[in-house]
Design a protein around this ligand. Structure first.
Ligand SMILES: Nc1ncnc2c1ncn2[C@@H]1O[C@H](COP(=O)(O)OP(=O)(O)OP(=O)(O)O)[C@@H](O)[C@H]1O
Length: 345
């Protein structure tokens, strides 16, 4: 198997002016001229190995460092520490041969030219990447069909719908047949039909051309349908890495109880977490209803406990993929303590 991405202890940090509260005019002036900085890590000690044809999801809450990691992998940003090789290149050197082997799409930023028909953006891409005319025609025809974009070719980009624009960006970054595609929130703001089309397209390309994908997304369905592996980033660190299937399997042993708890009787006990006959894995308070995750071994003990409390209104469900991810996020959000503030002068 060919190794496409290798990151060893990659960090990116910046120097920030140390924040101090300034009450007097003197301390404000002092702050203005102070050279006291602190180090802020945008990503810290990230390790990734990704092989040809695999698809990796990088997920995390807002500000976790996903885009920074994507920028480091694509070569837009140079890491401050660690070793990186992508397709055997140092990405930040921006070697033209490397750039021809990758495609990068930022869902909320377009690289299409706004005021002219879509087809001219594609033509420009052809010239920049030195694609020969026959290959270009064949590839364009194939991609237009897959993404249902035939009717958009003559439209000015500014008149395309968001879904059409995102699909066009994706198409343009695929024309040069890259070996690695990096997608930063490819389905953001896109309707259901286009989302499904984009997901099918990713999977088709993976199967047909063994293209490798790195995807960030806030949509659990993108991850469940398109990614073999999941890395959760929290405060710049990869706190969890697992195969998607294995993660789902690990939750096969869990049951979710949805309990109506009008008087917070159960909530108060859950907050204390002092139970003898069962263990609570996690719970989410949704107002009048609480979702509680327990291991299947404790299912009947927990059901009896609810009945003893006269909480008869509950149902048992298996967990959706979205709930599994939310559970993992909650666990790592609570557990992660990193000390990233080092003084620097
Ligand atoms: N050049 C920079 N200077 C200072 N801070 C930065 C810089 N770039 C990113 N950050 C900060 O680093 C953190 C990570 O940002 P990043 O854009 O990577 O997060 P993200 O996970 O992609 O978030 P989102 O899901 O909201 O897009 C944020 O707190 C951001 O404000």
């Amino acid at each position: 198997m060919n190794l496409v991405i290798k990151l060893e202890n990659i960090s990116k940090f910046i120097y920030e002016k140390k924040h101090t509260e300034c009450k007097s005019i003197f301390s404000k002036l002092n702050y203005l001229f102070s050279r006291e900085n602190s180090v802020k890590y945008l990503i810290k000690n990230c390790n990734i190995e990704l092989y040809r044809g695999e698809s990796l999801a990088i997920i995390g809450l807002n500000g976790a460092g996903k885009s920074t990691l994507i920028k480091v992998i694509s070569g837009i940003m140079e890491p401050s520490e660690g070793n990186i090789k992508v397709l055997n290149y140092l990405p930040f050197k921006r070697n033209p041969n490397y750039l021809k082997k990758i495609g990068v799409v930022f869902g909320h930023k377009s690289s299409l030219i706004w005021d002219i028909p879509l087809k001219y953006s594609f033509e420009l891409h052809k010239s920049i990447y030195g694609i020969n005319s026959n290959d270009f025609k064949k590839r364009l025809h194939y991609l237009l069909e897959l993404l249902s974009l035939d009717e958009c070719l003559d439209k000015k980009v500014k008149y395309l719908s968001l879904g059409e624009r995102v699909k066009s960006d994706l198409l343009m970054n695929m024309i040069h047949s890259p070996e690695l595609i990096i997608l930063d929130e490819p389905t953001v703001g896109v309707d259901m039909e286009s989302k499904i089309m984009i997901r099918n397209f990713i999977n088709y390309e993976r199967e047909k051309s063994k293209t490798t994908f790195v995807i960030t997304s806030h949509d659990p369905s993108d991850i469940e349908n398109c990614c073999d592996r999941i890395n959760i980033l929290s405060k710049g660190e990869i706190v969890f890495s697992e195969l998607t299937n294995k993660l789902k399997e690990s939750y096969n042993e869990m049951t979710k109880f949805s309990v109506i708890d009008n008087n917070d009787k159960l909530l108060n006990l859950l907050n204390k977490n002092e139970f003898n006959n069962f263990k609570i894995e996690n719970f989410v308070n949704l107002g009048s209803k609480i979702n509680i995750i327990v291991n299947k071994n404790f299912e009947s003990n927990f059901a009896n406990f609810l009945l003893q409390l006269s909480l008869n209104d509950f149902e048992l469900k298996s967990m959706s993929f979205e709930e599994i991810l939310a559970d993992k996020f909650k666990i790592y959000k609570n557990n992660l303590i990193i000390d990233d503030e080092e003084d620097y002068e």
